[in-house]
Design a protein around this ligand. Structure first.
Ligand code: LLP
Length: 401
């Protein structure tokens, strides 16, 4: 992602900031769209992963829909220009105000997560003389084998309706005059790299759609959620996820009848690699046991390491030249030569011990003022920033600026 020219362009920019490579974003969106179009699949972007205006504009221009989890996200999608027909609204705790707003916008579907929510949407729709289109979010009880904080599709998770409640759901749908049943919705978790998880999901979806149809409930939409993971370890080697392999799993294992549509809700896979958090080294502290590089960005700008012990590759981008110069100097006897590195704990300025981006990170000798990039930060980075410690709003730099 970084070369000397890009790093030079950061010279007078105030740090920290999220740097967006818009051309990588566009290539990623095109790769996804081409793979999805092969099977006529509909892709909705999960706004929760990133709602930066330029990112959303690119996603809308690609023709994707919007997957929202709050009234605020529905509003943002509408303001960005997504048509109401492209907007779905999920979430385990939709408030009356949010439901009313979405009803006013005539969105495509509510992904409903409990029997009581069906009842409330029916009542609120009736009060407006409208019919709300609903998809039932079913907890598939499929283990995503990912971090427990981002696993959503197990019986013990709060998301979706458990299988034992489904007969009551059908009863409720049949008697609710202001609900129109559209289909079924699933989401097993996030950062999934094992394609077998999606295979198991397909088996579950097939089983559930048959179950509904046997009860006289035609299933028009099969929404399989998101979850495709990205390569946090090697962002430069694998900047674009393997969308072909991902969609092929569904093409091979999902039963789709001619009248049905297949919907996806991808977040991370579309935006994670196109952005890095760029920060400056404020201080180097050489302790007896540890060297610390203290950055001007912390968990308030990128919370994932503190919250999920997530790994983000850390690079000293002010030292790009050092590596290459030293390698040029190397003669054939030192072909295996690597620029010497020092181990640092890379930490932020926030008054919390968990404000640490990485322990024992190998970097060339690092000095006050060096720029440090935290890679693969485009998904669940900027959107999870907080004002804790009264930190200022996060800035952005775009590759085209
Ligand atoms: N659909 C539903 C219903 C979801 O709950 C999610 C994510 C997605 C789609 C998009 O999933 P993706 O394609 O991005 O995996 N903050 C965490 C991730 C939370 C994911 C929440 N749900 C992180 O930083 O890893």
């Amino acid at each position: 992602m970084f070369n000397q020219k890009i790093v030079d362009s950061f010279e007078n920019k105030e740090t920290p900031f999220y740097y967006y490579d818009l051309s990588l974003l566009k290539s990623t969106l095109t790769a996804c769209a081409e793979a999805a179009n092969r099977y006529n699949y509909h892709v909705h972007f999960a706004l929760k992963a990133n709602f930066n205006d330029k990112v959303l504009a690119a996603i809308k221009a690609q023709g994707f829909g919007a997957d929202c989890v709050s009234g605020g996200e529905v509003k943002k999608a509408v303001e960005t220009g997504f048509t109401p027909q492209q907007v779905v609204f999920a979430g385990v705790g939709k408030s009356d105000r949010e439901i009313n707003y979405a009803l006013d916008q005539n969105i495509f579907a509510f992904n409903v997560e409990s029997i009581q929510e069906l009842e409330v949407i029916n009542e609120l729709a009736a009060a407006k003389g409208k019919t709300a289109k609903v998809a039932v979010r079913i907890n598939p009880n499929v283990d995503a084998h990912t971090h427990h904080y981002i696993t959503t599709g197990l019986d013990e998770n709060k998301f979706g309706i458990n299988s034992w409640d489904l007969p009551a759901v059908v009863e409720m749908l049949k008697k609710s005059k202001n609900l129109s049943f559209l289909g079924i919705h699933f989401h097993v978790g996030s950062q999934i790299l094992d394609m077998n998880v999606f295979k198991s999901l397909c088996v579950k979806v097939n089983e559930m759609q048959a179950w509904f149809e046997e009860r006289g409930m035609p299933v028009k939409v099969l929404n399989v959620g998101g979850g495709l993971g990205v390569d946090y370890q090697q962002p430069d080697e694998n900047p674009i996820p393997d969308f072909e392999a991902y969609f092929k799993i569904f093409a091979d294992f999902l039963t789709v009848k001619p009248h049905q549509e297949v919907h996806f809700e991808l977040g991370r896979a579309l935006v994670a690699q196109c952005s890095s958090l760029v920060s400056k080294v404020l201080y180097i502290k050489n302790g007896i046991k540890k060297n610390f590089a203290v950055l001007d960005a912390g968990m308030t700008e990128l919370m994932r390491p503190a919250l999920y012990q997530a790994y983000h590759k850390i690079e000293n981008i002010s030292k790009l030249k050092v590596g290459s110069q030293k390698l040029e100097d190397a003669d054939s006897s030192t072909l295996n030569f690597q620029p010497s590195t020092i181990l640092y704990d890379v930490v932020g300025p926030i008054c919390e011990s968990s404000d640490c981006f990485g322990k024992d990170v190998a970097m060339p000798e690092t000095k006050r003022g060096d720029l440090i990039a935290l890679r693969t930060a485009g998904a669940y980075g900027e959107v999870m920033a907080s004002a804790y410690n009264l930190r200022p709003d996060i800035r952005h730099v775009f590759s085209e600026d």
